[in-house]
Design a protein around this ligand. Structure first.
Ligand SMILES: NC(=O)c1ccc[n+]([C@@H]2O[C@H](COP(=O)([O-])OP(=O)(O)OC[C@H]3O[C@@H](n4cnc5c(N)ncnc54)[C@H](O)[C@@H]3O)[C@@H](O)[C@H]2O)c1
Length: 358
């Protein structure tokens, strides 16, 4: 029997989630949204039979799993509600507003005995999976250090909407573009963080010239109280170190999405370089290993299949395949918790001006 999936939130990610859940062996049978018209429009487009405006009614229906694609503030309450109703949960990133909420989500999943996974879709990219094979087979050795970067120059997702309202989003690019921090930690073996030092910057955060190209509407009544950019450094109990650069609006050459690392045997890079900020179809992906061979410095270029959607479809497929027992989960609640602890600490350090020990 195919896993029966219901979706909360009729947002743009459905274009990847619906085919992904089907690819993993599931079927999408219900959609809920506080905006019933939006739910109905998505249901018509994707041939989803049942539509709900009320999440409690939706959760009473015959679902095995729930996918949560709503603004960040609602991730934890909806995930906990779905887990308590006995459903497996696939939650969009960020896992929640902060680590304390992830603790509650993890406890709810453990109590229910259900799968709780997050959409860290960049792990499912062909480049990331190819790189993981070189890390797993020992080619790289120990990853001593990594640099995570997701920097946009003109990428503010609208002014005054939920993205720029800290109470609804949890923060700006630090929390929104957390993918490369997660991917670095995935490559590093998700070590235990020891200390975090960071700073945030607010230049350009209200400048319309730095708005992203996605057509997200502005809300003149809303607030814009999140950072525009951040820089941070994390040390781990293992001795490994990670640096973090992220921005929606900062004077960078162009949008860069990358993890670069230095291992005890080889270095490497997984990178997406954008032609124009925010437009995926202008991007070029690359995956490289740096080794010394026969007395030469050799840059190995790893060619993988093209994947414009940054692993989004494959990530959704992995969730259903995990439930069905045909794949291992690409991420765990423990990892989501460590990631959110690092993000909390970066904001705390930016606020206090001092390093934060974990
Ligand atoms: N993984 C990725 O690459 C990626 C990309 C974009 C967005 N996201 C994440 O997806 C989530 C949604 O982002 P979006 O841009 O689609 O947001 P959005 O503002 O378009 O909202 C999506 C839908 O959720 C509905 N909604 C809001 N609150 C709700 C609630 N409490 N219950 C039910 N429905 C509710 C809205 O009516 C809307 O139709 C965010 O967490 C975002 O970070 C992830």
């Amino acid at each position: 029997m195919a896993t029966k999936v219901g979706v909360i939130g009729a947002g743009g990610m459905l274009q990847y989630h619906v085919p992904g859940f089907q690819q993993g062996g599931g079927e999408v049978i219900a959609i809920a949204d506080v905006n019933e018209a939006a739910a109905q429009a998505s249901a018509d487009h994707w041939s989803i039979p049942k539509v709900y405006a009320d999440t409690a009614e939706f959760l009473k229906s015959d679902l095995d799993a729930v996918s949560i694609i709503v603004p960040n503030k609602f991730h934890a309450p909806l995930a906990i509600q779905a887990l308590e109703a006995g459903k497996h949960v696939f939650c969009e990133k960020p896992p929640a507003l902060n680590a304390a909420e992830v603790v509650e989500m993890k406890a709810a999943a453990e109590k229910a005995g259900k799968v709780l996974m997050f959409n860290f879709n960049n792990r499912a990219r062909p480049e990331s999976q190819a790189m993981m094979k070189y890390i797993a087979d020992g080619t790289v050795g120990t990853l001593n250090s990594a640099q995570s970067q997701w920097t946009r120059r003109t990428g503010i997702p609208g002014f005054g909407g939920w993205f720029t309202t800290k109470a609804l989003s949890g923060g700006g690019p630090v929390i929104d573009l957390l993918h490369m921090v997660d991917l670095s930690l995935y490559f590093m073996g998700y070590p235990e963080p020891a200390h975090v030092l960071g700073q945030t910057f607010n230049d350009f955060i209200t400048d319309p010239g730095h708005k992203g190209p996605w057509g997200i509407p502005d809300n003149a009544e809303g607030s814009t109280d999140v950072e525009a950019a951040a820089h941070g450094f994390v040390t781990f109990k293992s001795g490994q170190v990670l640096s973090i650069r992220t921005s929606w609006a900062e004077m960078n050459e162009r949008e860069v999405v990358s993890v670069v690392f230095q291992g005890s045997k080889a270095g490497g890079k997984v990178e997406r370089l954008f032609g124009i900020d925010g437009l995926d179809e202008t991007a070029i992906d690359s995956c490289e290993l740096y080794v010394q061979e026969n007395g030469n410095s050799v840059n190995r270029s790893i060619i993988t299949e093209a994947c414009e959607d940054m692993g989004r479809t494959a990530s959704a497929a992995n969730f259903v395949a995990t439930i069905e027992g045909t794949a291992q989960p690409l991420n765990t609640p423990d990892e989501a918790l460590k990631l959110m602890q690092i993000i909390d600490a970066l904001y705390q350090s930016a606020g206090s001006g001092t390093p934060v020990s974990l």
